[in-house]
Ligand binder design. Structure first.
Ligand SMILES: Cc1cc2nc3c(=O)[nH]c(=O)nc-3n(C[C@H](O)[C@H](O)[C@H](O)COP(=O)(O)OP(=O)(O)OC[C@H]3O[C@@H](n4cnc5c(N)ncnc54)[C@H](O)[C@@H]3O)c2cc1C
Length: 390
């Protein structure tokens, strides 16, 4: 065993409570999540029982108010929890991030009555959420979505197909963006749809490059009837709710990316200090030492960037530009670091006997979800250079 085994990440946490929380998360991650990650990802098994445990431990509603069953934690703390979970297994970190994203609309824009009625079960009652914006023909151009909601008295009738839905087919609730009016962003409304609503069904999960334990599926809405009491916000407000949710969601993806990159670095360090060539550990060769130094530096820069954005958010200040920057930088870093980890493990890195190749496959999706990195650059450029076509 190497004497340079990975050390826990040095974290700046604002309170004693936050330090205890992170210790609890690390314990759950090491005991319940990491040991089964490789085998279950290989088998494409979703660890539903882990989400039940996280819910029972108060970890599925961390950034939301305690009066509705949340954990009352600032984003600065919540994101570091996500990072730890993603280091143990991306399917779990990303799943918690998506659940938080799915809960956002009701927690932020729901009426008091809706929040009292639904939030406790969503945030701490063992339920799992899904966020439904994308469709087969509208991804980056999400405002062109076609799923319709037509009003019949006090009921809305939803018809259409949502695509690429994380937890699609297994979620207990779906936050669905649907068209209730004119073309474009102003004709979209948000709804909270129960997972067992008649007419809602999940297709077979997509066969993905990685993240195989996390089901991603189309969700069909075939005459799904939803009472007006499950409309979130005003009619026509759905797109701005969806975008506002994504500003925060992108921070979750950034934290997951840092967690994944940290796992790859830890594996690369572990291997390079044990593997000997030319009579020495390969970690002694400057060619690899400099790679490890660059990987560690990029990870630390990513962590600092997402935390800076989180602290702006926690202070009630605008953070959309910094969230896009964090998502861009952290996910590009995860791709680079995981690719370099495979290189450091040499031939063994290219086999499924070591986790590096899985980390590399998992990193790729983070450059695509919740706005591709091209879209993040568009968002950042608008903040930096103003809108296009002036
Ligand atoms: C595993 C997984 C899980 C997902 N989970 C969810 C989920 O839970 N809920 C949900 O709603 N969606 C989810 N998505 C969908 C994801 O958000 C979309 O895949 C993403 O927004 C891109 O849309 P698209 O795939 O249709 O690509 P497209 O929009 O068709 O883009 C194709 C290419 O064109 C580029 N492009 C598009 N427009 C521009 C432009 N203006 N300038 C420059 N380049 C551009 C893109 O960057 C990309 O490279 C998930 C996707 C995956 C793969």
């Amino acid at each position: 065993m190497s004497d340079r085994a990975p050390q826990p990440v040095e974290r700046q946490l604002p309170t004693e409570e936050a330090r205890d929380l992170l210790a609890l998360v690390r314990e759950i991650a090491q005991r319940e999540i990491a040991p089964k990650a490789a085998e279950e990802e290989d088998a494409g098994r979703f660890p539903r029982e882990v989400f039940t445990l996280l819910s029972e431990s108060g970890l599925l509603g961390l950034p939301y108010p305690a009066e509705h069953g949340g954990g009352d934690q600032p984003y600065e703390v919540y994101l570091q929890v996500l990072e730890e979970l993603a280091t143990a297994r991306l399917t779990v970190g990303l799943g918690v991030s998506v659940h938080t994203l799915a809960s956002y609309a009701l927690a932020t824009y729901g009426s008091k009555q809706q929040q009292v009625e639904h939030l406790p079960a969503m945030l701490g009652g063992g339920l799992l959420g899904a966020y439904c914006l994308s469709e087969p023909s509208s991804g980056s151009d999400a405002a062109s979505l076609r799923t319709k909601a037509v009003r019949e008295g006090d009921t809305w009738v939803l018809d259409g197909t949502k695509a690429w839905i994380t937890h699609g087919g297994i979620a207990d609730f779906y936050t669905v963006m649907a068209r209730t009016g004119e073309d474009g962003p102003r004709g979209i409304t948000a709804f909270l749809v129960p997972g067992d609503a008649p007419g809602l069904s999940g297709a077979a999960p997509e066969r993905k490059m990685g993240l195989k334990g996390s089901p991603t599926a189309q969700v069909h809405l075939d005459g799904v009837r939803v009472p007006d009491g499950r409309r979130i916000g005003e009619e026509g407000q759905g797109f701005s709710i969806a975008l506002s949710a994504l500003d925060s969601g992108r921070l979750g993806i950034a934290a997951c990316a840092v967690g994944l990159a940290q796992a790859a670095l830890d594996e690369a360090v572990r291997y390079a200090t044990e593997r000997r060539q030319f009579g020495r550990p390969v970690a002694d060769f400057q060619g690899l030492r400099f790679m490890l130094a660059d990987m560690a530096t990029q990870i630390e820069a990513g962590r600092a960037l997402y935390l800076a954005a989180a602290r702006l958010r926690d202070a009630g200040r605008p953070f959309a530009k910094q969230a896009a920057m964090a998502k861009l930088h952290c996910t590009d870093t995860a791709m680079k670091v995981t690719t370099d980890a495979v290189q450091i493990l040499g031939g063994y890195g290219y086999t499924a006997d070591f986790p590096a190749e899985r980390y590399m496959r998992e990193a790729k999706v983070l450059q695509i979800v919740e706005g591709t990195n091209q879209i993040q650059r568009m968002v950042i450029a608008r903040h930096v250079a103003g809108p296009e076509g002036r």
